[in-house]
Design a protein around this ligand. Structure first.
Ligand code: NAD
Length: 253
């Protein structure tokens, strides 16, 4: 079957289980003809991932250290050659930081959330771009809590604002230097492992669902399909953008 990603090699970072947005991306990207290389945070996640995927190659990459990211992309290059795209679907904040209001967030928690959720995208873009073919595409996942004060999203909203700004600067730099596009998909709220760390996450999910145009939450498959487009040559004119895939939640006041 021919697809819009035929012949491309795409690295997907952040699949942990069947509910992960990254997993929706893996399924959609493969359906469109690409070869997928997965990265996982640690042995625990590798075990979880292996339960749902036993055929795609998997490389360890804890993004907390630049050396790990460099090593992972070196390994990917050694084993698979140049790549054509990366999906960065990674975020983290510790429980205390996530559950206290922003005014109570301490320096350590702030730095950790920014480090894993925003800085890691810069480092990933650096090392990925070194082994990426011209015309390649790098994309991350964000949420509209970056521009609106969503109840209980707090620190993660601040990190997502930095992430979206990074998308614009990286798009300007890497477009010019290497013909690589950089974008973000702003997904609607979906019940995943990460979301359960947010205080009163059920309210967040219910509120989001109630505000979609058809009363149904967006799915990881719908996000994956939009991601396939962003990674494909059909999106050659799209860069530095944050594209909403939330079934219209961002429209409703
Ligand atoms: P998830 O829990 O399935 O995925 C989060 C992933 O981040 C996990 O695979 C985890 O291993 C990885 N991760 C955390 N720390 C890491 C580290 N140090 N090194 C490497 N990997 C690390 O949850 P998800 O909701 O699929 O999250 C994926 C992305 O989508 C995140 O950026 C999240 O903020 C974003 N997002 C989620 C929603 C939602 O409602 N679920 C909405 C918009 C955006």
């Amino acid at each position: 079957m021919s697809g819009i990603l035929d012949g491309k090699k795409i690295v997907v970072m952040g699949a942990a289980n069947r509910r992960s947005i990254a997993w929706g991306c893996v399924k959609a990207i493969k359906k469109q003809g690409a070869q997928v290389i997965l990265t996982y945070q640690n042995d625990r996640i590798k075990k979880m991932l292996s339960r749902i995927d036993d055929d795609d190659p998997k490389i360890e990459c804890d993004v907390a250290e630049d050396a790990n990211i460099k090593k992972a992309f070196d390994e990917i290059h050694d084993q698979f050659g140049n790549i054509d795209g990366v999906v960065h679907a990674i975020a983290y904040a510790d429980k205390k930081t996530l559950t206290s209001g922003l005014h109570s967030v301490e320096r350590k928690g702030y730095n950790l959330a920014q480090d894993i959720s925003a800085y890691s995208f810069i480092a990933v873009s650096r090392y990925a771009s070194q082994i990426m073919n011209p015309g390649g595409s790098i994309a991350t996942l964000t949420y509209m809590g970056s521009t609106r004060a969503i109840p209980n999203y707090n620190m993660m909203g601040v990190a997502k604002a930095a992430l979206e700004s990074s998308v614009r600067y990286l798009a300007a730099e890497l477009g010019k230097a290497k013909d690589i596009r950089v974008n973000a998909i702003s997904a609607g709220a979906i019940r995943t492992l990460s979301v359960t760390g947010i205080k009163h996450h059920k309210q967040l999910l219910d509120m989001s669902k109630a505000r979609t145009v058809d009363g149904k939450s967006v799915t990881i498959d719908e996000v994956g399909n939009a991601m396939s487009f962003i990674l494909s040559d059909l999106a050659s004119g799209v860069t530095g953008d944050t594209i909403f895939v939330d079934k219209g939640v961002h429209l409703i006041a």
